[in-house]
Design a binder for this molecule. Structure first.
Ligand SMILES: Nc1ncnc2c1ncn2[C@@H]1O[C@H](COP(=O)(O)OP(=O)(O)OP(=O)(O)O)[C@@H](O)[C@H]1O
Ligand SMILES: [Mg+2]
Length: 383
């Protein structure tokens, strides 16, 4: 289980160290940094499959996503409006878990001024460590730009340099050389993120779909019919039926196959025929997608849901909270939500839920009600 997530220099997350529980509910007003935290978690996951650098480029590059305030954040009451940046460009991300932790420090490339890739970030430092904090004594893998050293009793250097745009997780994670990096990579690749589930008229979730066994529904719903059928055949069909009946009393899902092309259908009281996915309301389809994700027969180590309540009527929130609470035993779950009602329902359903409220102080995201001594310990490595 992840116990801490840490972000420094990413948008309004100037320096955020947050504790995580089996269920963590992140709540806060508009603009307090909820979506930034979600994206930061996605970026960390992206290092394990080599998509993080491209995602940063799509967000406008390191210059754009970097904290736009002063390097030393102003205290409450100060009227500082930001100053010119003099220090190093540094975006740092990390997490600790029960056993292994990971930290990465991204900066600008420099190098050949004629290169058109000047805006590509490069990895300055990357570390895998044991225990809660990346202290020197806890390091297992220590990478400085292209140079990687690994501790197995004593330190040894990897003979091969690592490309500055590639993570050690993807580049040197062969189990013999760096078993800890391999283990982290496998775990991080299993994390699932759900954001902006598509339910518009042209959404792939509404179309007939070629069906193959699917244990993790895609975020765009392009395999929802197959994912539902997988739950009905090899998952907890009873809980899916219960969730649909509790959200839409008297309703039931089924999947029709025509030569391997699947169509999702919802049988409803009072109708002479079931409605296909194409005919469902946005909120109904969204709830089905969420239920399918949360009842996966192969639950991920970590599932992160960004604003799952979007487009759902408040009457559906208890059923959604119940589904999330049910997923918590088999996955660690992080829910980022606008909805105080969903946050309250989750706190009531899961007694040991970690509840985090974000607030903005002088433009920077802070954890409300957390003093210096309440946040988990964290050390950023120095360049
Ligand atoms: N580079 C940056 N430096 C500092 N602050 C930034 C930067 N980029 C964006 N912000 C600010 O970060 C804040 C957090 O944005 P974010 O989208 O994470 O908020 P949110 O909590 O998800 O809000 P909402 O509830 O409206 O979705 C915004 O107020 C935005 O102005
Ligand atoms: Mg948001």
């Amino acid at each position: 289980m992840l116990t801490t997530v840490a972000v420094s220099g990413y948008r309004s997350l100037v320096d955020l160290v947050a504790p995580l529980g089996p269920l963590t509910v992140v709540h806060g007003a508009n603009g307090t940094g909820k979506s930034s935290l979600y994206r930061a978690l996605r970026l960390v996951a992206g290092l394990a499959d080599d998509t993080a650098i491209a995602s940063l480029a799509r967000e406008g590059g390191l210059d754009d996503v970097l904290w736009a305030g002063p390097e030393t954040p102003a205290g409450p009451g100060s009227s500082a409006q930001g100053t010119v940046r003099k220090g190093r460009i540094s975006l740092r991300l990390g997490f600790a878990s029960d056993d292994l932790g990971y930290v990465v420090d991204l900066g600008l490339a420099g190098g050949d001024p004629r290169s058109l890739f000047q805006r590509d970030p490069e990895i300055k430092i990357e570390q895998v460590f044991a225990g809660p904090v990346a202290r020197p004594a806890a390091l297992l893998v220590d990478r400085r730009r292209t140079h990687v050293r690994v501790r197995d009793g004593s330190w040894s250097d990897l003979s091969r340099p690592v490309g500055v745009h590639r993570s050690i997780l993807s580049e040197v994670a062969d189990a013999d050389a760096v078993p800890e990096a391999a283990s982290l990579r496998i775990r991080m690749r299993g994390w699932r993120f759900y954001d902006n589930l598509r339910t518009d008229a042209a959404s792939p979730a509404r179309l007939p779909q070629i069906g193959t066994r699917t244990v993790a529904v895609a975020g765009d719903g392009s395999d929802v019919a197959a994912a539902v059928q997988t739950i009905l055949e090899q998952g907890d069909a009873g809980r899916l039926e219960e969730a649909i009946d509790s959200a839409f009393p008297g309703s039931r899902l089924s999947v029709r196959s025509s030569d391997g092309v699947f169509t999702l259908e919802l049988h409803q009281r009072g109708l002479l025929r079931p409605l296909t996915a194409a005919e469902l309301s946005d909120g109904t389809l969204r709830f089905v997608l969420l239920a399918t994700a949360l009842l996966s027969p192969d639950p991920p180590g970590l599932m992160v849901l960004n604003e799952p309540e979007t487009g759902l009527h408040v009457d559906l929130l208890p059923a959604l909270a119940h589904l999330i609470a049910g997923a918590v035993g088999s996955s660690q779950v992080i829910v980022i939500t606008h909805s105080a009602a969903l946050a309250d329902l989750l706190a009531a359903d899961v007694p040991d839920a970690m509840s985090l409220t974000l607030q903005k102080v002088q433009g920077a995201t802070r954890l409300e009600g957390f003093g210096v001594l309440d946040v988990p310990p964290w050390d950023w490595p120095r360049r």
